[in-house]
Design a protein around this ligand. Structure first.
Ligand SMILES: C[C@H](OP(=O)(O)OC[C@@H](O)[C@@H](O)[C@@H](O)Cn1c2nc(=O)[nH]c(=O)c-2cc2ccc(O)cc21)C(=O)N[C@@H](CCC(=O)N[C@@H](CCC(=O)O)C(=O)O)C(=O)O
Length: 146
C-alpha cells in the first residue's frame, strides 16, 4: 500500500530534479550521484509535522535485501530533517532503480550499527570523512521489507 499524502518536493532544486528524473524514467536515469557513478536510491517518508510525502535521494547501501539509510547530511552538525520523519513514521518506501518497495525502518546502534556503517563506507567512502568532521553521531537506519 503506497504511502498516502500530498507530495511536497524538496526546497533544494538539485534534489527535486534528481527525484523527478529518477521517478519519471522508471528508475533508469538519475540513479547515480552525479560524477561519482555511485548508485542512489529514493527514500519516501511521511513528514513528521506536515504529514506530507517527502522524497529523499540517498546513497545505495544494500545487503541481502536490506538497506541502510545514512543521515549524514555531509557531516553537518544537525541531522537532516528526513531523520525526524523516519523516526516518526518508520514505514517508508524505497526505490532502487525500477524496484519500489515498502520497508520498515529502525535506527541501529552498537555492533549492528558498526556492521552497517562499514557497509555504508564501503559503498560510499566519503561517509567516513563526514563522521570525522562532526561530533554528531551520524545515525544509521536499517530498512527491512515490510
Ligand atoms: C532541505 C531539507 O532536506 P532534509 O530532509 O534535511 O535532507 C537533506 C539531505 O539529506 C537530502 O537533500 C538528501 O537527498 C541529500 N543526499 C544525501 N543525504 C544524506 O543525508 N545521506 C546520503 O547518503 C545522501 C545521498 C544523496 C545522493 C544524491 C542526492 O541528490 C542527495 C543525497 C528539506 O527538505 N527541508 C524541508 C522540510 C522537509 C521535511 O521533511 N519536513 C518535515 C518536518 C520534520 C520535522 O521538522 O520534524 C515535515 O514535512 O513534517 C523544508 O525546509 O521545507
Amino acid at each position: 500500500m503506497p504511502l498516502q499524502g500530498e507530495y511536497e518536493p524538496s526546497p533544494a532544486q538539485w534534489v527535486r530534479d534528481q527525484v523527478e528524473l529518477y521517478e519519471s524514467s522508471g528508475g533508469t536515469e538519475g540513479t547515480t550521484l552525479l560524477d561519482t557513478g555511485l548508485p542512489v536510491i529514493i527514500l519516501t517518508t511521511v513528514g513528521a509535522k506536515s504529514g506530507k510525502i517527502r522524497k529523499t535521494p540517498l546513497m545505495r547501501v544494500e545487503h541481502e535485501g536490506r538497506y541502510a539509510a545514512v543521515a549524514s547530511l555531509g557531516g553537518a552538525p544537525t541531522h537532516p530533517v528526513w531523520y525526524h520523519n523516519v523516526k516518526g513514521h518508520p514505514t517508508v518506501e524505497l526505490q532502487d532503480g525500477p524496484r519500489r518497495q515498502e520497508m520498515t525502518a529502525r535506527e541501529v546502534t552498537g555492533e549492528e550499527k558498526a556492521l552497517w556503517w562499514d557497509r555504508a563506507v564501503a559503498a560510499y567512502p566519503p561517509y567516513a570523512d563526514y563522521q570525522k568532521k562532526t561530533d554528531r553521531q551520524i545515525p544509521v537506519f536499517v530498512l527491512e521489507p515490510t
